[in-house]
Design a binder for this molecule. Structure first.
Ligand code: SAH
Ligand code: SF4
Length: 479
């Protein structure tokens, strides 16, 4: 028996595919290096050998004994990922990260009539993502008798808080943990007119940029949609700002947020935490759809920025399918230097990258692409580099702004931060070239602000100390 390129949406397996699977003993799939048993409802449980499941949602399945693996489609280097829906130890399923349609299917699988399942999924979706409740009992428009039925089968999860830090400048940083014990970070940066949440897309990163601490960590895995959107939800919990409105007037067809910043703390999201978001495209997309859904977290795509180190083949898709603002970690203007500090440059060079930027769907003078440039002393910070940056951005006719980031040092880093005078001179040249080039002020220095540092600092602490701090953090988040 052989499955070839069966597209599976959100782990739903059609009845024909289920019949095929049912004809095998203990069907299992290899998902990015991890064997998992397949339940006939499409829910994966424990690891076993048997079928191949390759990156993305394309099944290339075959009995292990006599069939070669098909090559992994697409350009994306695969990394291990967890299931979008792994049952808890008690068998209950976490709904966070699932779209309305998938919730409806699960309700139907669990025995609700189709009409009921549709109505309930709409109500539950609203309570989950728009109102932020974590308890089915709080869903007041759902019949009291129905709530225990939900509680028995489903949970509403959040990433676990290992440690929460609050900087003197208002920056807040959380060390979080997945249900299977992997740690990752999230940072909230308040400004006068906005509050930006910096969200992680992976535990660690495969790309090894030389100045980046995350790049020195061994990649553990991609974060699931639930773990990504869960960060935004946790931040809203901690900031105490879930909307209190009713469902009346919600437009089902609405797919873009109408979120207003009036009086809000969390107004913007940047995918600039740990990891390369375009190497976890599907999960980042699923999570951001929930963030942008007017019936969900309802944040406008104009308030979301995805930062990539330059995964050229996924950039067009990012613009077309996600539609958020783009930030590109350029950091150097010559092949030699960029090859050294952003090794992905050896695969996708500067010209190719800038061409992809010029073609980025939705980019315009009103929605400019941000070019991030980390200022490394005597490496990429000369006046000549600044002039070359202006020339390149003009050559490709890019609607661009430049973000100059003073290097945030970490123990053992190979670079130093450029002097303030150097940064100023660089910024002036770019500015005189007609391109805005603000210097990003370092934030939260007293709480290990650089990417990846909180995690490493926490690893040095004793288990008891971390448990104590986690209990305090959970209390503070709930307060
Ligand atoms: N992987 C993506 C997004 C995460 S990194 C990317 O590389 O774009 C977010 C930004 O922080 C990137 O521009 C990255 O280059 C920058 N960065 C990483 N480590 C840094 C450090 N130690 N000091 C200053 N900026 C850093
Ligand atoms: Fe990964 Fe971005 Fe760090 Fe490079 S800068 S190692 S792509 S997280």
């Amino acid at each position: 028996m052989f499955f070839s390129h069966i597209s599976v949406d959100e782990w739903t397996i059609s009845s024909d595919e289920q019949r095929e699977l049912a004809s095998c003993d203990e069907p299992t799939m290899l998902f990015d290096g991890r064997w998992e048993r397949v339940g006939f409802s499409g829910i994966v449980s424990r690891p076993r050998a048997g079928f191949q499941f390759l990156a993305g949602r394309t099944i290339c399945a075959a009995p292990m004994a006599d069939t070669n693996l098909m090559s992994i489609p697409g350009q994306v280097d695969p990394v291990p990922v967890a299931r979008d829906i792994t049952p808890r130890a008690d068998g209950r399923l976490d709904l966070i990260g699932l779209p309305k349609e998938r919730i409806r299917e699960l309700f139907e699988d669990a025995g609700l009539e189709p009409k009921q399942a549709k109505l309930r999924s709409k109500q539950v979706f609203h309570w989950l993502y728009h109102r932020g409740v974590t308890d089915f009992d709080a869903m007041t428009d759902i019949a009291k008798t129905m709530r225990p039925w939900l509680t028995e089968r489903f949970v509403i999860g959040r990433p676990e808080v290992v440690e929460a830090q609050h900087s003197t400048d208002g920056t807040r940083k959380w060390l979080l943990k997945t249900a299977d014990g992997h740690e990752f970070e999230m940072v909230f940066i308040p400004d006068a007119d906005r509050g930006t949440l910096c969200v992680s897309s992976q535990v660690g990163c495969t790309l090894n940029c030389r100045f980046c601490h995350t790049g020195t960590m061994k990649l553990v895995r991609n974060l699931t949609p639930g773990e990504i959107v869960g960060q935004v939800m946790l931040a809203r919990d901690a900031l105490g700002e879930w909307p209190k409105g009713s469902m009346a007037g919600l437009d089902e067809a609405e797919d873009e947020g109408h979120y207003s910043s009036d009086g809000r703390l969390l107004t913007n999201i940047v995918m600039m935490g740990m990891g390369e978001p375009l190497y976890n495209f599907d999960n980042v997309k699923s999570a951001l759809k929930l963030v942008m859904d007017g019936a969900g977290l309802a944040l406008s795509k104009r308030r979301i920025t995805l930062s990539t180190s330059g995964v050229v083949p996924a950039m067009q898709r990012c613009g077309e399918e996600i539609g958020v603002n783009l930030a590109v970690s350029l950091h150097a203007v010559t092949k030699e230097i960029r090859d050294e500090i952003v090794p992905l440059n050896k695969k996708y060079g500067i010209e190719e990258l800038l061409e992809a930027c010029a073609a980025y769907p939705g980019a315009s003078n009103a929605r400019r692409i941000t070019f991030e440039y980390v200022m490394l002393k005597d490496k990429n910070d000369s006046d000549e580099h600044a002039h070359e940056l202006v020339r390149l951005l003009k050559q490709y006719n890019l609607p661009a702004k430049v973000n100059l980031i003073p290097f945030n040092p970490w123990p053992g880093a190979a670079y130093e931060t450029s002097t303030p005078e150097r940064v100023r001179s660089f910024s002036n040249i770019v500015f005189e070239g007609g391109i805005s080039a603000p210097v990003r002020t370092p934030r939260g220095r007293d709480i290990d602000a650089a990417c990846g540092q909180l995690k490493t600092a926490a690893e040095k602490k004793s288990r008891a100390q971390r448990d104590r701090e986690a209990a305090e953090a959970a209390e503070a988040a709930g307060a």
